[in-house]
Design a protein around this ligand. Structure first.
Ligand SMILES: [Zn+2]
Length: 366
C-alpha cells in the first residue's frame, strides 16, 4: 500500500475508536453527573475531527500535478497539520478555562466504581491509539498523523487526571481536579504551539536536515571525477516531493560529452536512492597549473583571519584572462559584502597583476 493509503487507513481507525469512545464516555458522564467526563467526551469528538482533516488533507495533497501547480499539491499536508495544531491549542485553552473555573467554583461530582473502571478503559484505549497513530505518523512522515496522535495522548492524560482526582476525592475528600487540569492544559498548549511552529516553518522554508544534506553530498562525491559537491539546495513540496540543485567540481579538461554522462548518472543515482530530482551544475578545477595552486594557498591564508567565512569553493584560475574566481559562504548575520571587499583588497595587494571575482553564496545546507 502506498503512503497516502496507509495514512487514510490509520485515520479511519482513529475515527472509529473516537466515535466509540464519545458515545461511551458521554453516557458515563451523564449517568454520573461529571462535567469533566462529558467535556472529555467532547475532546474525543475533536480527535475524530483531526482524523477527518488528516484524510481530507492527504487526499487533496495526493492529487496529481497540473498546469497551475506543476510541483504537485504536497504542501497541503502542512496546512492540515496547522489546522490540527489549532485544534490541539483550542482543546488546551478550553481545558485551562474549565479548570480555572472549577478551582473558583468547586462542584462535587460523584464517582461510582463503574465510572472509574470505564474511564480507566478509555484512558488505555486513547493512550494506545495515540501512540499507534503517532508512530505511524513518524513512519510515513506525516505531520498530521503525528499531531493527531499527540492530541489522542493528551486526551488520555486529561482522562487520567480526572481518574486521579476522583481517587484523591474518594480517599481524602478534597478536590484537586482543577489544579491538575491547569497543569495539563499548559502542557497541551505548549505542545500545540510546537506543532504549529513546526508546520509553519515548513511552509516558510526551512534548512535541510544536516544528516540528509551530508549523506547526499557524499553520494554525489562518490562518482568518479567529482572533486567536491557544493551549494546543495533542496525545495520541499510536501513530505514526498523534493527537487533541488548541486554544484560539482570537475577537471577543466573534461569534454561536454563526459560532463553530460557524469551529471546524468548523478541525477539518476540520487533519484533512485533519495527520490530527489537534482539538477547538477559544474565548477571547473584547474588541472595543470602551479599558479592556480599558489593563488588558492594565498586565499586560504587570507581567509584564516575571518571566522565568519564558512567555506570557499569553485575556485578557478583562467590563465588566458588572468582572472581567478571563486565562491564564498559567509555565516548568517555577518556583513558579507564588507568581508568580500576586504578579502578582494588583500588579494589585489598580493597579486596586482590578476583580476578576482568573488561570488557570495548563501549557507543553504550543511
Ligand atoms: Zn557556489
Amino acid at each position: 500500500m502506498d503512503r497516502s493509503k496507509q495514512i487514510v487507513r490509520v485515520s479511519i481507525i482513529g475515527i472509529i475508536a473516537n466515535i466509540v469512545l464519545v458515545a461511551f464516555k458521554s453516557a458515563v458522564g451523564l449517568i454520573s453527573g461529571s462535567i469533566a467526563i462529558v467535556l472529555d467526551a467532547v475532546n474525543n469528538l475533536s480527535d475524530a475531527l483531526s482524523s477527518v482533516i488528516t484524510i481530507v488533507g492527504t487526499k487533496l495533497a495526493n492529487r496529481a500535478p497540473d498546469k497551475k501547480h506543476p510541483y504537485g499539491h504536497g504542501r497541503i499536508e502542512y496546512i492540515s497539520s496547522i489546522t490540527i495544531a489549532i485544534i490541539v491549542l483550542l482543546a488546551g485553552v478550553t481545558s485551562f478555562k474549565e479548570s480555572v473555573e472549577s478551582i473558583l467554583n468547586p462542584e462535587a461530582a460523584s464517582y461510582s466504581t463503574a465510572t472509574v473502571i470505564i474511564v480507566a478503559v478509555a484512558v488505555l484505549v486513547k493512550f494506545f491509539l495515540g501512540r499507534y497513530v503517532k508512530s505511524q505518523g513518524t513512519k510515513y512522515n506525516s505531520q498530521s498523523l503525528v499531531a493527531s496522535g499527540s492530541d489522542a495522548i493528551f486526551d488520555s492524560v486529561i482522562s487520567l487526571s480526572t481518574l486521579v482526582a476522583a481517587a484523591i476525592s474518594m480517599i481524602w475528600g478534597i478536590s484537586v481536579e482543577g489544579y491538575l487540569g491547569v497543569i495539563i492544559s499548559i502542557v497541551i498548549i505548549k505542545a500545540g504551539v510546537e506543532i504549529l511552529m513546526e508546520s509553519l516553518s515548513e511552509i516558510i522554508g526551512s534548512r535541510v536536515d544536516g544528516d540528509l544534506s551530508r549523506r547526499l553530498k557524499e553520494s554525489v562525491c562518490a562518482h568518479e571525477g567529482v572533486h567536491g559537491a557544493y551549494d546543495l539546495i533542496l525545495h520541499r513540496y510536501g513530505p514526498v516531493k523534493t527537487i533541488g540543485s548541486v554544484h560539482i567540481e570537475v577537471d577543466d579538461c573534461l569534454t561536454a560529452r563526459e560532463i553530460h554522462n557524469l551529471t546524468r548518472q548523478i541525477s539518476l543515482d540520487v533519484f533512485r536512492e533519495y527520490g530527489i530530482v537534482l539538477t547538477v551544475g559544474i565548477y571547473a578545477s584547474n588541472t595543470d597549473t602551479d599558479e592556480a595552486t599558489k593563488i588558492k594557498d594565498s586565499i586560504n591564508l587570507i581567509i584564516e583571519d575571518y571566522p565568519e567565512i564558512l567555506q570557499i569553493h569553485g575556485f578557478y584560475f583562467d590563465p588566458e584572462t588572468r582572472r581567478a574566481s571563486f565562491d564564498m559562504i559567509v555565516s548568517f548575520g555577518s556583513d558579507a559584502p564588507a568581508i568580500r571587499e576586504d578579502v578582494l583588497k588583500k588579494l589585489k595587494k598580493v597579486y596586482p597583476e590578476y583580476g578576482f571575482d568573488i561570488l557570495l553564496d548563501t549557507d543553504f545546507s550543511d
